[in-house]
Design a protein around this ligand. Structure first.
Ligand SMILES: [Zn+2]
Ligand SMILES: [Zn+2]
Length: 224
């Protein structure tokens, strides 16, 4: 476990991960993405402890560094989802500093929260959330509170939690139709085509779009 890691080292590992995500290993770029001052001393400590390698001005995660950083990034991004989807706040409203998000989730409840949220693939900034063991188990998580729209039954009501965003124009189109986070939806029919009721409007969707809309099952008394 990495519980004993200093916050500074955690920040460095997060920065190296983020840098690598952007296809970049340039040490000079680290300061731009890090929440802390990435000093030579900090990098040397990370190298000595086996988390990174340094070569020709490049900093890369070792397998240990990748595993450690991946767990932290996962908690960080799941915590962001939790704040937005379950607490219904914007990240700014939550008043947590960007470097504090991973502390909102205890390591031993991370997979439970991931399951609760329906194993989201992206954080609210649209950065990928590293998979956990829970995500790799058989995908059908029966009573997960958050599930994709295509798994609802006809007549079932839910509220849009988030839209998995890998196609912005499509999503903007859905938002324009009123299908945005927080909006109550009801499945009208599933065959021959997928039709949902969203407030007063009926919207026909392709199934693969319905699969990318995540909803939150809860009683919506009186609404819609
Ligand atoms: Zn994020
Ligand atoms: Zn998961």
């Amino acid at each position: 476990m990495h519980n004993w890691l200093s916050q500074e080292i955690v920040e460095v590992l997060e920065a190296v991960w983020t840098n690598e995500e952007r296809g970049n290993a340039d040490a000079a770029e680290l300061c731009a993405v890090a929440m802390t001052d990435v000093t030579e001393e900090l990098l040397a400590t990370c190298e000595r402890d086996g988390y990174v390698t340094r070569h020709n001005g490049e900093v890369k995660l070792t397998p240990l560094g990748r595993q450690t950083a991946g767990e932290i990034i996962r908690r960080h991004r799941l915590a962001e989802r939790l704040v937005v989807d379950v607490l219904g706040m914007t990240l700014e409203e939550s008043e947590a500093d960007a470097c504090e998000f991973e502390h909102l989730l205890a390591p031993n409840v991370t997979d439970a929260i991931c399951t609760l949220l329906g194993h989201p693939r992206f954080c609210p900034h649209n950065h990928p959330i590293p998979e956990g063991a829970c995500c790799r188990q058989t995908e059908e998580r029966v009573n997960s509170l958050v599930t994709s729209l295509d798994r609802l039954n006809v007549g079932e009501q839910a509220q849009v939690a988030y839209v998995s965003a890998d196609n912005f124009p499509r999503i903007q189109k859905l938002f324009a139709l009123g299908l945005a986070p927080g909006v109550p939806v009801k499945v009208h029919q599933k065959t021959p085509s997928y039709v949902i009721q969203c407030d007063e409007t009926q919207i026909a969707l392709e199934r693969d779009i319905a699969r990318n809309i995540y909803v939150w099952r809860r009683a919506i008394n009186g609404a819609a």
